[in-house]
Design a protein around this ligand. Structure first.
Ligand code: PLP
Length: 472
């Protein structure tokens, strides 16, 4: 008898293996604080080469699980890396068993995605009737949002004939995330048509922005899009969304907000919640669940105020995908009509499970505490002689230098070396960024496991490393 099924031949043996592995996975999650980043050893890639078979469960334990990126660790604050939730382990199992394709058709995962998107819409303060789609992350959500904005500017024919000679221009504050540039490139709008608006006290200068728009109009260009930032990568700064919403209403432009992590200050207490006042007035918001909502990678969201505009930019179903009134092919909306992907995994479940397990208030409290930790880090930094913050933290980002008394080049070299040493010896993970010409240590705290002790210990470790290097 030919049996081509790839299911286990012995389900009891599979069950025993899977249960043992589940225990190991939970052990590793529970011990997140004991397993900082581990350097990948020479030869690891060869051990991954396909075709070796053997004791695959043991290979998972020995060759795979130890070499995580470290971002589950409570002293990991580099870049903006989400820390993950224990409930992701369960969500991952259920997601795998259901193996839902969330591109369309009528099944539970799509209803759950709608519930998750609707919850996020309400938190952001977008009106009922707004639409959304879960995506890989803010980068993809940005492309989707900009495509809808372009369709408004050029009309639906843009989908058939392209944008021709139209010179669309886009405006964003200095320090806008690279995702904006990439989206403009991908859509054929061109990164050279991105205008960087100077900041005043950390926010886009609206008077200057109006001037730039007028100049472009006078030069025959077509301004179409203003990109506000909720949580800038370098310093965690926020634009004034009410001011931007007023401006785009006057200028008849599309307001998009890059809220990758910062949009979630909506769940925080004062004064952090106020950072995103007015964000719901945007035409579109791109945000991530995998950063400051702590769920495992990947999960982002494009939220678009006008469902019709969202759909107009993407809906295109050939006959074989046509919806039906009943049966599997019923169940509008189909998410393939709202984004790039036809086949899509179930990203909603891990968000739903986290929210339903802990409650939204617990997320709000963790987000608020991350902001308080950034301020606390600034205090600890400033209590060390010669150490200084680049700027008092506004939200969850703290950027500092270890020796403000040294010349800029020496400061940069020292800060960079300390960041690398702390990473390599597993004491803490800071990334670096350049502020006012100096490369500094940067902590972006989107980590529900971090404590005040973690901050104290990490800053002390940085100070020790700086001293040791200076003494060499
Ligand atoms: C991370 C980030 C992005 C890109 O989001 P991805 O989820 O990595 O695609 C865009 N903007 C900001 C401000 C970010 O922090």
């Amino acid at each position: 008898m030919a049996d081509h099924s790839l299911d286990p031949k012995d389900w009891d043996a599979f069950r025993a293996e899977a249960r043992a592995l589940l225990d190991d996975c939970i052990d590793q999650m529970q011990a997140a604080g004991e397993r900082p980043w581990t350097h990948v050893p020479d030869g690891l890639e060869a051990r991954y080469a396909i075709g070796q078979g053997g004791d695959v469960m043991q290979r998972l334990r020995d060759d795979v699980m130890p070499y995580h990126a470290g971002n589950t660790h409570p002293k990991y604050w580099g870049w903006v890396q989400g820390s993950g939730l224990a409930t992701d382990v369960m969500a991952g199992m259920v997601t795998a068993v259901m193996n839902s394709n969330c591109g369309g058709r009528n099944h539970g995962a799509n209803y759950m995605e709608r519930a998750v998107i609707d919850w996020a819409r309400q938190q952001m303060g977008m009106p009922e009737g707004a639409s959304g789609v879960l995506v890989t992350g803010t980068s993809q959500a940005t492309v989707i949002s900009f495509a809808a904005a372009r369709l408004r500017a050029l009309g639906p024919e843009v989908r058939a004939v392209g944008q021709g000679g139209a010179e669309l221009t886009c405006y964003a504050g200095q320090g806008v995330h690279n995702a904006t540039r990439k989206a403009l490139e991908l859509l054929g709008i061109g990164a050279a048509n991105l205008r960087f608006v100077p900041l005043v006290d950390g926010q886009m200068d609206c008077a200057e922005l109006r001037k730039m728009i007028a100049e472009d109009r006078a030069a025959g260009k077509t301004p179409f899009l203003v990109v506000g930032t909720a949580g800038s990568v370098d310093l965690g700064l926020f634009d004034d969304f009410n001011a931007l919403a007023d401006l785009v209403a006057d200028e008849k432009l599309w307001l998009h907000v890059d809220g990758a992590f910062g949009a979630w200050t909506r769940l925080a207490d004062a004064p952090y919640r106020q950072l995103t006042d007015g964000i719901g007035r945007a035409d579109s918001i791109a945000l991530d669940f995998h950063k400051w909502m702590y769920v495992g990678y990947d999960c982002g969201l494009a939220l678009i105020r006008d469902e019709a505009e969202h759909r107009a930019a993407f809906a295109a179903r050939p006959v074989y995908l046509s919806g039906k009134d009943r049966g599997v092919a019923s169940g509008d909306p189909w998410y393939c009509d709202y984004g790039i992907d036809l086949s899509r995994g179930n990203r909603a479940l891990k968000v739903w499970l986290g929210l339903e397990t802990h409650g939204a208030e617990a997320f709000g409290a963790a987000i608020t505490f991350n902001c308080e930790l950034a301020r606390f880090m600034a205090e600890v930094v400033e209590s060390h002689e010669n150490m200084a913050v680049a700027r008092q933290p506004v939200s969850n980002v703290c950027v500092f230098t270890l020796r403000a008394d040294l010349p800029e080049v020496a400061q940069s070299a020292l800060n960079t070396q300390v960041a690398v040493e702390l990473q390599e010896n597993g004491e803490a993970v800071f990334s670096t960024t350049i502020v006012d010409g100096v490369e500094m240590l940067r902590a972006a705290i989107v980590n529900h496991r971090s404590t005040r002790d973690d901050v104290r210990e990490a800053v002390a470790a940085a100070a020790r490393a700086a001293e040791a290097i200076s003494a060499r």
